[in-house]
Design a protein around this ligand. Sequence first.
Ligand code: KG4
Length: 348
Amino acid sequence: MEKEIVILGIESSCDDTSAAVVRDGMLLSNVTASQAVHESYGGVVPELASRAHEQNIVPVVHEALRQAGVTKEQLSAVAFTRGPGLMGSLLVGVSFAKGLARSLNIPLIDVNHLQGHVLAHFIREKEVNESTSQQINKSPAFPFLCLLVSGGNSQIVLVEAYNRMKVIGQTIDDAAGEAIDKCSKVMGLGYPGGPIIDRLARQGDPKAYLFSKPHIEGYDYSFSGLKTSFLYFLRDQVRENPDFIEQHKADLAASLERTVVEILMEKLRRAARDLGIREVAVAGGVSANTGLRNSFLDYARRYHWNVYIPKFGFTTDNAAMIAITGYYKFQDGDFCSIDQPAFSRVTI
Ligand code: KG4
């Protein structure tokens, strides 16, 4: 019998400390400690994030192994997020992974966080369905396009194989999530703004206000102009009526969300048409957005796409996606040496 491949994945690129165990491509556990400490600051404070990772990493890894029913000695390799992300946050996971792999004398696998988001579509889970144990396994076929939208990235990725992907379009300034978060901040809503805007948008009219859309070449995006026009619009309205935001926040959220979704989908549609690809996926934190998910379903009907939308738990940062990427890299023998540093900025 072939030996099982058991991968421990570790993610600490921003403000979530997460560990997951994957055995032969099947997810056994995925444990995440989120950091509420940043809420009162309206954004992630890097130093506080590093400190919280330091406190969380050992209990989180311990719990992931416990839930998986796996001992450290059964691990085949340790996969970790090497970047991109906040350097202080990354260093906690990177150093922990190196120490653990070295002490167990097993391979170390470095994972690009962005590649992890894309490969989240290959996480297989067992779902207990009444008496039978059923495996959910619907993944895109290669080649596919993946719209990768998070707080730090907005990209269209052409995915040719697990280990072969290229960015064919990306934002030239702000990411979609960043723009939504900043607009939400201007409206005086909480942090992160994405989920709040999503909730409000469900009660508003998406056609109440029109915000400008960028004219950018090729498949690239731009969101800074939208952010500025939103800001100026609010400033002018509030001058006339100080309660404008409070009175119209649902319509504002719905119109903002609609504009962001239309910008994202239009370029994606063009890329899919030009490349003749109908397998289309979405990944990253913003893929939790209801308007974007609905738009994917709408485009699937209109353009006969097969669309792949991740489970909510796999949209934001999680170690399951790092572990599954580690699993495929393990099969390729794609290991990393202990002297490889973390990197804060890198593309796919
Ligand atoms: O992928 P992610 O967890 O972190 C990065 O690696 O950047 O994405 C976080 C981003 C934030 O901008 C957050 O506001 C956004 O995802 N987000 C959402 C929703 N949930 C999270 N944006 C819109 N609608 C949501 N439901």
